[in-house]
Design a protein. Structure first.
Length: 171
């Protein structure tokens, strides 16, 4: 009986909440989210479900003269792609709501579009950095996020100071 009461008492105590920091590598095809707090991290991968449409409307030098039936009747494929992106950004934003700070990076325009979407909707998310980055592995993304929020400490034994030009002194 005493053990049971003790367990209930300890479970009712409020533990100090650790801040959660987020890093997002994003392009129009997928987003890799890293949520880090303390020594733990969680990685999520979200795909957009749509591919960028590649088509040309208009006349190329080798094409025959313009004919009205060559132009699509409507822009429904483009609207479908834009709708997929809106849903995709909503899904990414929903995963970031618990973060106290956000690092956005990636190769193309998606990171800027996501930032504008967050600002447009006046969401209470804190983007503290926006960077351009090439394609990265999940491990590289996780390392980048952890180094951004939890930089390695330099011990005094290994730190060097410059005493005078050309001369290093161990600190």
């Amino acid at each position: 009986m005493r053990k049971e009461l003790l367990q209930n008492h300890t479970s009712s105590r409020k533990q100090p909440a650790l801040k959660t920091f987020a890093g997002v590598w994003i392009d129009h095809r997928e987003a890799v989210l890293v949520l880090a707090s303390g020594n733990a991290h969680e990685t999520k991968r979200i795909t957009s479900g749509g591919e960028k449409l590649l088509h040309h409307f208009g006349r190329s030098p080798s094409a025959p003269p313009f004919e009205p039936r060559m132009v699509p009747a409507d822009d429904s494929p483009e609207r479908e792609y834009t709708g997929n992106l809106e849903y995709y950004y909503d899904e990414v934003i929903s995963c970031l709501r618990q973060a106290s700070a956000i690092l956005l990076f990636g190769p193309g325009e998606a990171k800027g579009e996501l930032k504008k979407r967050i600002e447009r909707d006046k969401l209470d998310l804190r983007i503290n950095r926006l960077e351009t980055a090439d394609r990265m592995t999940e491990l590289q993304i996780t390392q980048k996020v952890r180094q951004h929020y939890f930089p390695p400490a330099v011990s005094k034994k290994t730190a060097w100071t410059i005493a005078s030009p050309g001369r290093l002194v161990a600190g």
